[in-house]
Design a protein around this ligand. Structure first.
Ligand code: 2DT
Ligand code: MG
Length: 215
């Protein structure tokens, strides 16, 4: 029986280089003759994704809880496809997942929307075999130039997101899943570290015949 696909997530703040690392990782896996499907959240192309896009661009307003649930629903609408891919031996590389979902919502500091509440709607989603966290210092992020004009692209939110990512990674099960990489290095060095981490995950999962878990 062929090995199942692996579920690898890349996470981090804006400007950490997630999208380009995801692309490179998917290309490297494909170059090894492995099947790979690269996706990103939010997926702005679905009807729910279009509502999220309008919210992020400031064209529409949403209650903090309501938009949070839309981000989660945007993952649930592809959850079955992710699971089917993994079962079929296709590796899935994801740019942002429910970790961004938790920290960006909780960064709004609403009393009724903490990390624990934020995590609930995502419980039951396919759990990644590893989450590669591209960590970048404030100074390095600042060097990479300004953010765009979207909803969370302000210093106050980014600072809070940074703190909350640390909090989220300090408790199980997230603690177990996160692999931290210094994304302040040259792109090539970051790509090498990502590749090394991913190879370890492949070995671990295949060696123990680990099944895909749930969040
Ligand atoms: P991109 O810049 O990667 O397109 O993300 N976000 C993302 C949330 O608030 N909740 C989520 O569940 C996800 C996946 C992070 C757009 C912004 O959307 C935020 C940045
Ligand atoms: Mg962004």
């Amino acid at each position: 029986m062929p090995a199942r696909g692996k579920l690898i997530v890349l996470e981090g703040l804006d400007k950490a280089g997630k999208s380009s690392q995801c692309k490179q990782l998917a290309a490297k896996l494909a170059a090894q003759g492995l099947k790979v499907n690269a996706i990103s959240f939010p997926d702005r192309t679905t009807p729910i994704g279009r509502m999220i896009d309008a919210y992020l661009k400031g064209d529409d307003q949403q209650d903090d809880h309501a938009i949070h649930l839309l981000f989660s629903a945007n993952r649930w609408e592809v959850a079955a496809k992710i699971r089917a891919d993994i079962d079929a031996g296709i590796n899935v590389v994801i740019d942002r997942y429910y970790y961004s979902g938790c920290v960006y919502s909780a960064a709004k500091n609403s009393d009724s929307l903490g990390l624990a509440w934020a995590r609930k709607p995502d419980e039951g989603l396919p759990r990644p075999d590893a989450v590669i966290f591209l960590g970048i210092s404030q100074e390095e992020a600042a060097k990479r130039g300004g953010w765009g004009g979207e909803k969370y692209e302000t210093k106050a939110i980014q600072d809070r997101v940074r703190e909350l990512f640390v909090q989220l990674q300090s408790v199980e099960p997230e603690k177990q899943d996160f692999v931290r990489i210094d994304a302040g290095q040259d792109l090539e060095e970051v790509a090498e570290d990502v590749w090394e981490a991913v190879q370890k995950v492949f070995k671990r999962v295949d060696l123990h015949g680990e099944a895909l878990r749930v969040v």
